[in-house]
Design a binder for this molecule. Structure first.
Ligand SMILES: Cc1cc2nc3c(=O)[nH]c(=O)nc-3n(C[C@H](O)[C@H](O)[C@H](O)COP(=O)(O)OP(=O)(O)OC[C@H]3O[C@@H](n4cnc5c(N)ncnc54)[C@H](O)[C@@H]3O)c2cc1C
Length: 400
């Protein structure tokens, strides 16, 4: 792949059309869509490098298979970009590490079989006509590693994964935005009630628009402007096993829909994940410490969410106990309805792009395009289902 560089500096420009607080994947995507709309953005990132807090912990997976039409549309917009990124971003040869090997959701109870059927019907009604519903035997013929307990599967071949840091840096590079690293946003300046600038540890930058894209620190940054965001932060982990002989390299994201445990091929092994349902929220953290219990819970065949339940070859991996692993941890930023906050706030000139609730890689393109459209006026609040003052409908926790 050719070498490209983002515009990184420690010199704070005096002004910008918009200033983005946070240089993770969401800040970078905001800069990308701002540039496409003809806006001169500056990204302020407090860490020494872009995309080093939550973003690198993600497994980078994307799926159109959602349980609501709005998030499905949001992610489908992203998939269209990710599958064509080098061309659209005008970065010839830029490689996102994209793999479209599908998402395979597996049912082992009658209730989940029924739920899958209803969901696939709904998805088809929303225009997603390429989700296949497979019987247990059909699934086992296609994916030979599946357990006899699998009763049914829903599968979409066009879902998959990519490298989150490559996408984040691709956005930053293509935006040509100035990215000021090692610099924290510490406050805002106002002209009357309107944002007139952003205060940082290197001085003030004037702007008419500021966007909060500070991941788990978005609530703290919003408070600097006197805005309260209803967000909670929950530790989530990823287990990386770089070498596991049994993992089929062409396998899809394989999800136990009963427990939420899932794995997908990575390196010469796999990434394994699980969203613990009762993990308590905590304060935003710079360093999130993983715990070995996460690895044991996924691998131990006796665990109630063992990956061996639906893919029995994992039992041999546990019994052999020779394959190495490492763990990464970051925080999901949850909103009360687990959908992102996108667009204007009650403070004129202040916008939010945060609260992706575990879907920030796949939602980065659709979400950031919406935010930029609300800045330019191309999208009205009424047409934005992710606006800050939407009616909040409580929804069950997504298993992924
Ligand atoms: C284990 C795990 C697995 C995941 N898997 C997936 C997946 O498969 N697919 C998916 O779509 N999503 C996934 N996610 C979610 C995804 O990682 C996040 O939604 C996404 O990375 C959020 O990006 P962000 O830019 O908002 O946050 P971050 O990456 O945290 O970036 C925010 C940035 O803001 C900076 N910042 C904070 N405060 C300030 C300040 N005052 N001034 C300047 N800068 C500041 C931070 O330093 C940071 O760099 C996963 C998350 C985890 C933890």
């Amino acid at each position: 792949m050719p070498t490209y560089h983002a515009q990184i500096t420690h010199d704070l420009p005096q002004n910008a059309d918009l200033v983005i607080a946070g240089g993770g994947i969401i800040g970078a995507a905001t800069a990308f869509f701002a540039a496409r709309a003809g806006l001169r953005a500056v990204v302020i990132e407090k860490r020494p490098l872009l995309a080093t807090l939550t973003t690198p912990n993600a497994t980078g997976a994307f799926r159109a298979q959602f349980d609501n039409a709005e998030e499905m549309a949001l992610v489908r917009e992203g998939i269209a970009l990710y599958t064509n990124f080098a061309e659209v971003a005008e970065l010839p040869g830029y490689d996102l590490g994209l793999a479209q090997q599908g998402y395979l959701w597996l049912a082992t109870t009658a209730e989940t079989v029924e739920r899958q059927r209803t969901l696939v019907e709904q998805q088809r009604a929303w225009g997603l006509d390429d989700v296949e519903l497979l019987s247990g035997n059909e699934a086992r013929v296609r994916f030979r590693y599946l357990a006899p307990e699998v009763m049914q599967a829903r599968y979409r071949a066009g879902d998959g994964w990519l490298d989150p840091r490559k996408l984040a840096m691709g956005y930053a590079i293509a935006s040509q935005a100035t990215c000021v690293t090692g610099t924290a946003v510490t406050g805002f300046t106002f002209s009357g009630e309107r944002i007139s600038g952003v205060q940082t540890t290197r001085g003030v930058i004037s702007c008419g628009v500021a966007v909060i894209a500070a991941g788990p620190f978005s609530q703290q940054v919003a408070r600097l402007a006197g805005l309260e965001l209803d967000l909670s932060f929950v530790r989530r982990m990823r287990m990386i096993m770089p070498e596991v002989a049994e993992v089929p390299a062409d396998a899809p994201m394989t999800i136990d829909e009963e427990t939420g445990a899932h794995w997908r091929p990575a390196l010469h092994g796999a990434n394994l994940l699980w969203t613990a349902p009762n993990m308590p929220p905590g304060p935003p953290l710079e360093d999130v410490t993983p715990s070995d219990d996460f690895a044991f819970g996924l691998l131990d065949p006796e665990s109630d969410h063992s990956v061996a339940r639906i893919s029995p070859f994992w039992r041999a991996v546990w019994e052999r106990n020779t394959d190495n692993w490492c763990l990464r941890a970051g925080q999901y930023s949850y909103t009360p309805d687990h959908r992102p906050y996108l667009g204007p706030t009650p403070i004129p000139g202040l916008f939010v792009n945060c609260g992706y609730s575990g879907h920030g890689i796949m939602g980065s393109a659709g979400g950031s395009r919406i935010v930029v459209d609300t800045i330019t006026g191309a999208l009205t609040p009424a047409d934005n289902p992710f606006r800050l003052d939407r009616p909040i409908v409580e929804r069950a926790l997504d298993v992924l």
